[in-house]
Design a protein around this ligand. Sequence first.
Ligand code: ATP
Ligand code: MG
Length: 248
Amino acid sequence: MSDIEKNYEDFISTVSHELRTPLTSIRGFSQTMLASWDKLDDESKKRFLKIIEDQSNRLINLVENMLSATKLSHGKDNLVLKEISIQPVAQMAVSVIKSQYPDKNFVIEIDPKTPYILADKDKFLQIITNLVENAAKYGDENSTIHINTGFSGNEDFVSMKITNTGIGISEEDYDKIFTKFSRLDNPLTRRVQGSGLGLYITKTLVDKMGGKISVKSVPDKNGRYLTTFEILMPASDVEKQARAKCSM
Ligand SMILES: Nc1ncnc2c1ncn2[C@@H]1O[C@H](COP(=O)(O)OP(=O)(O)OP(=O)(O)O)[C@@H](O)[C@H]1O
Ligand SMILES: [Mg+2]
């Protein structure tokens, strides 16, 4: 079998598996409701409908992520690079995620001198949303997620860090999590939903815009881990010129 055929087969079997799990659950709970409608109390009906809704959302998220991933790997997704300010985009991402994770606190700290970056605004929003969503999803209950932005050591890049306290990521998995359909095997990942495509899409987009992404997870003093995803985005040239003028 050629590599292409092998990849295709792997892809089909992963996708089928990912689709089957939520579909089986949607079918099971609707069948139970139809067969035992009169015997079920309102509380149970509501609980079953909630599961059906969650699993449908999971399918929609999976299909959207697969479409993004396919478009990216065929290079069909043309980027519109513009000079953008990070602050409003970070705020937009946080307000969406905040409504889905009400137990989490979000602190955005943006150095006011942070230069504009050169990026595609919608794709940059997708990048931050994926990272902030992961921080909320894999962060400890009632914990705080920090979003910090400022200069990186290199003046051509702006650094953005998203940090959460939680179960952490071991060093040998740092590369793995950025590949397609990879989810780490731990009790938390098993409990929360995901397609394992978010970070693959995120890294591909960051790379396409000339940026870099990395992760680091270090133990804190309470026996938990501080996990930080850092993205470096190209600072826009206009800003660089302005800064050069200031220092003249
Ligand atoms: N902040 C984090 N802390 C601990 N583990 C994380 C964190 N972010 C990602 N991971 C691990 O990396 C895996 C891959 O993340 P990724 O965002 O690609 O997929 P996902 O969140 O499982 O699904 P989705 O496609 O919906 O984003 C996760 O399943 C999780 O095991
Ligand atoms: Mg994710």
